[in-house]
Ligand binder design. Structure first.
Ligand code: ZN
Length: 443
């Protein structure tokens, strides 16, 4: 017997437990995306979006270098073909071909011979984690550098080193992808993730794949609100989109980022700036109903792109969905953030939680009891069937909760929270009461 027939457990858990293959499919997409040398701009981002376009009709935007974006400017475009260091004995010490992490992102080109003393300031390692390669960027300061395991660095001896970074840093474009799923209302939910990190599995190949899978699952569905997906480099990406979409700000109902969502830590929802948005309630109820370990944390202007959308000038309600947040993930921003640490069942549960959140927002509404003078006779209308069968106790209680609370001031999500009943049960009760002409939704 599936757990979904009892009052306390929602259908979403059933789907996740049955194993619908969505976790494996998300992981397969991650494997395709993982090796690419992504950065703030350049062909790594384009190739990432091209892979996503196999399944999603993403619109690709190219914004020229030098475009002003609020207090920022779209930077020069960076591309890289090769990067390596050869030691005095002719041996390759590091090579970009082994991992995109080996080169500091946005390194300017170099082709030189130098002593170890001259080379060392350009080498980055982690003395406390001698086997791991760190991830480093230098987007806004011109320099070059390599990242390598400290164990390798320690073995370097005096002598002449050949250093090659075959990169280009010149006027080009910032690239981002956008997908719009139409809805019935002129109101939208914005779901974003960042595409600027190279071969790091949880941060953020998991977020890219998760947002893409969520978009896939929602494609073709009849949606009340428009759902827009944005795949853009961190910080400058959302700001570039926001600058180009001023006419859309007013129609954004709310939005959330999806990132770092493939590990096995508890699902974590970070509330919007004011913490009292419909999105916040939807996340609280959806994560509760998902029946898995989760945390709700308050907003702070630190973390991912939610802090850009939550800036006072935009006035947007923006949350963030992750598992173990960014900086708290062991091995974050190192080669330890590798694919073998990602489990398909964690991905599957994350995807179902994302779907549950969207369902909660889509299904919410405020209703009015059309027969508010005492309880209407449910049995006479075929709504009350304590003999069991199709209707369980949870369904009957949900009918009474919805009738009692629907005075036009409380939403279905509020009723689901207060009654401790799954949102799907409360929603189903409202639909049945509507069909019996006992309830009407407020416009
Ligand atoms: Zn990161």
């Amino acid at each position: 017997m599936s757990a979904g027939t009892s009052a306390g457990v929602p259908a979403v858990v059933d789907r996740a437990r049955e194993g619908d293959g969505l976790g494996e499919r998300t992981l397969a997409l991650m494997r395709d995306l993982f090796p690419l040398c992504r950065s703030l701009t350049g062909d790594g981002v384009r190739e990432t979006l091209r892979i996503l376009r196999r399944d999603l009709p993403l619109e690709i935007h190219e914004v020229p270098t030098g475009t002003p974006v609020f207090d920022w400017t779209v930077p020069e475009e960076w591309n890289i073909r090769a990067a390596h260091i050869t030691g005095p004995d002719g041996r390759r010490i590091v090579d970009l071909r082994d991992s995109p992490l080996h080169v500091v992102s946005y390194s300017e080109p170099v082709d030189a011979r130098m002593s170890l003393k001259e080379l060392l300031p350009h080498l980055h390692s982690l003395p406390d984690e001698p086997d791991l390669i760190p991830y480093r960027t230098s987007y806004w300061a011109r320099t070059w550098g390599f990242c390598l395991a400290h164990r390798t660095l320690r073995q370097l001896t005096d002598g002449e080193y050949r250093v090659v970074i075959d990169s280009t840093l010149r006027p080009g474009h910032l690239t981002y992808g956008e997908l719009e799923l139409p809805g019935e209302r002129d109101e939208e939910i914005l779901i974003t993730t960042y595409v600027c990190h190279p071969s790091l599995a949880n941060d953020n190949v998991s977020g890219i794949a998760m947002a893409a899978m969520l978009a896939r699952e929602l494609s073709g569905r009849r949606l009340r609100r428009r759902h827009r997906f944005l795949f853009a480099p961190a910080t400058i990406g959302p700001l570039t989109w926001l600058a180009a979409s001023r006419d859309r700000w007013a129609t954004i109902h709310s939005g959330f980022t999806v990132a770092c969502i493939g590990d096995d830590g508890p699902l974590t929802y970070k509330r919007t700036r004011d913490g009292n948005a419909e999105l916040d309630l939807a996340a609280e109820v959806a994560l509760r109903d998902a029946g898995i370990a989760h945390r709700l944390v308050d907003f702070e202007p630190w973390g991912g792109d939610e802090r850009q959308f939550s800036s006072p000038g935009f006035g947007l309600r923006f949350g963030a969905l992750s598992r173990t947040a960014h900086a708290a993930y062991p091995g974050n921003h190192t080669s330890a953030d590798d694919l073998p640490r990602i489990r398909p069942d964690a991905l599957q549960a994350s995807l179902h939680a994302c779907l549950g959140l969207v369902d909660a927002l889509e299904g919410n509404g405020t209703w009015r009891n059309l027969s508010p003078f005492g309880e209407p006779q449910l049995g006479r209308r075929g709504l009350y069937d304590s003999a069991g069968g199709k209707v369980g106790r949870g369904d009957e209680r949900a009918l009474l909760w919805v009738l009692n609370q629907s005075d036009g001031t409380r939403s279905l999500l509020e009723i689901a929270r207060r009654s401790q009943l799954p949102f799907a049960t409360v929603q189903r009760a409202a639909q049945r009461l509507r069909d019996a002409e006992l309830l009407a939704e407020l416009a």
